[in-house]
Design a protein around this ligand. Structure first.
Ligand code: FAD
Length: 368
């Protein structure tokens, strides 16, 4: 039922704008409005804070169905979970109430600020600092590649509180867009997910109350990594949705396009490609849903399974979207058809929330 409901909404209210959002590299406002009106913009927020209380699998299905028509728009529910999960996992009750309530209501999105210009895969090498000053912390630094920066009201920011302790000297904070000293860089000019703004976040002597710290001092990096264990599965879902969208489009096209006097779908070479695409997508789906169930239960092997789902599904998305372009021939290579956008959008799923090389490091360290 959930899938049917999200699919109808996505096809009616999000799909019609997907090409324009990409072409104009603009924020998918229509998608945000439609998702918020239907309580799908941050489905993971627990009911006690006014949220929909969706479990990890339901959240994955929402993201998958939105990504099937517009990958940029699927970053609304995905990044709302990424940005706010540190608060849900490790924040005080007061912090949860303060920030989950407006998120659930649609009064402000949440972003996640871990990466920096010189700290990507090695996120613990970050330089942003938070220095205690009375009952406040003062933050200084630059966060890079922040999804929905400028659009979000709330930002989970990881910063160094004790430079002698590396990852154990990092703490997490909630920073608000309206805090004095917060500003944003120009939107990055990207290959894909062009509708999803990616900007630098500048923190210039941002003074915030000490109770905005998420959990204890020095636990921020552990919270950030624990968050990724759960949210990598949402990237797998995004990849899955992009791949399914490309297969669905190509499947229709091959029955219409005629060469050598018959639909190209009649050629076995085409049928085998479609069979392989569907097989890979189904394998990715099973891995992703199983990982979502593990996320919900908090299983001990979640770290491996989340990394495996993200890595596998994103590789599948890249292969399937590339094949979809191939199935449309020259037409697939143009912006008159959606598959080239899907191919460009798929690429990011192999890079963010840890590159697929990093996923392999994570898996190797947590072999089942
Ligand atoms: C569109 C977009 C949105 C993003 N959104 C966010 C966000 O909202 N919040 C956020 O915090 N970050 C975000 N990121 C950052 C993203 O997570 C990083 O780009 C990613 O983790 C890689 O870091 P890097 O770009 O510095 O690459 P690098 O770490 O410099 O890696 C370069 C290459 O080296 C490889 N590599 C690095 N170390 C190793 C190793 N030990 N072994 C093998 N290979 C290695 C990498 O896999 C990669 O191929 C986003 C990025 C993009 C492009």
């Amino acid at each position: 039922m959930l899938r049917d409901a999200v699919r109808s909404l996505a096809e009616a209210k999000i799909a019609p704008y997907a090409a324009a959002v990409d072409e104009e590299a603009r924020f998918p406002r229509e998608a945000l409005d439609a998702l918020t009106a239907n309580d799908l913009h941050a489905v993971h927020v627990p009911e006690e804070y006014g949220g929909a209380g969706a479990d990890a699998l339901a959240t994955v299905i929402v993201i998958e169905e939105v990504a099937r028509v517009c990958a940029s728009s699927s970053l609304i529910p995905a990044v709302n979970k990424l940005g706010s999960l540190p608060v849900i996992l490790s924040g005080s009750e007061a912090l949860k109430r303060k920030y989950m309530t407006p998120l659930a209501k649609g009064d402000g999105m949440f972003s996640y600020c871990l990466s920096e210009p010189d700290a990507g895969s090695d996120a613990a090498g970050m330089k942003t600092k938070a220095v205690r000053d009375g009952d406040a912390y003062v933050l200084n630094g630059v966060k890079r590649w922040i999804t929905n920066a400028g659009e979000s009201e709330f930002y989970t920011v990881m910063a160094v509180t004790d430079p002698t302790k590396r990852s154990k000297g990092i703490s997490a904070f909630v920073v608000e867009k309206s805090d004095e000293g917060v500003s944003f860089g120009a939107p990055e000019k990207k290959l894909g997910i062009k509708g999803s703004p990616t900007r630098e976040v500048y923190l210039d002597n941002v003074r915030i109350p000490a109770d905005r710290m998420i959990g204890e001092e020095g636990t921020g990096f552990a919270t950030a990594m624990k968050t990724l264990d759960h949210t990598r599965i949402t990237i797998a879902a995004q990849a899955l949705g992009i791949a399914q969208g490309a297969l669905d489009y190509a499947k229709g096209y091959v029955t219409e396009r005629k060469q050598f006097g018959k639909p190209i779908a009649d050629f076995q070479g085409i049928q085998f490609m479609l069979a392989d695409m569907a097989m890979k997508i189904e394998a990715a789906r099973q891995l992703t849903y199983a990982a979502a169930a593990k996320s919900e239960r908090g299983d001990a092997d979640l770290t491996f399974q989340g990394a495996a789902a993200k890595c596998f599904a994103s590789d599948v998305a890249m292969e399937v979207t590339t094949d979809a372009v191939q199935l449309l021939g020259g037409y697939g290579y143009t912006r008159d058809y959606p598959v080239e956008r899907m191919m460009r959008d798929a690429k990011i799923t192999q890079i963010y929330e840890g590159t697929n090389q990093v996923q392999r490091i994570v898996m190797a360290r947590n072999l089942p």
